[in-house]
Write a protein that binds this ligand. Structure first.
Ligand code: FES
Length: 109
């Protein structure tokens, strides 16, 4: 698909608790929606190291930590801050409209 991917409503802003990842699926893609430090971020829910849900990890300093081996991923860029993960996790644009949280998932390639 080459057309621009629309934003999809994933949850209500009031459903999100600070620093508590909320797992959703957008067009079949698992996404962790995280409200922290006054902003909302969307990051692919699967760790780049192994097939593990990041939504089960902890959020601190605008990073989400993979619970299995401890790599943390920057919620703004998806980049890992340390081993064992070396590849970034995709992050997605978020829009807030009223109390709705919308995410646009664009497929890589
Ligand atoms: S599975 Fe996430 S760091 Fe290993």
């Amino acid at each position: 698909m080459t057309s621009t991917v629309p934003f999809v409503r994933v949850c209500a802003l009031s459903e999100l608790e600070d620093d508590t990842p909320h797992r959703v699926e957008v067009d079949g893609v698992p996404v962790s929606v995280v409200r922290t430090e006054g902003e909302v971020f969307a990051i692919n829910d699967i760790c780049s190291h192994a097939n593990v849900s990041l939504a089960e990890g902890e959020v601190e300093d605008c990073q989400i930590e993979c619970w299995l081996h401890g790599s943390s991923f920057d919620l703004r860029t998806g980049k890992p801050s340390g081993l064992p993960a070396t590849r970034p996790v995709p992050v997605y644009p978020v829009k807030i409209v009223g109390d709705d949280v919308l995410v646009s998932v664009t497929q890589e390639s």
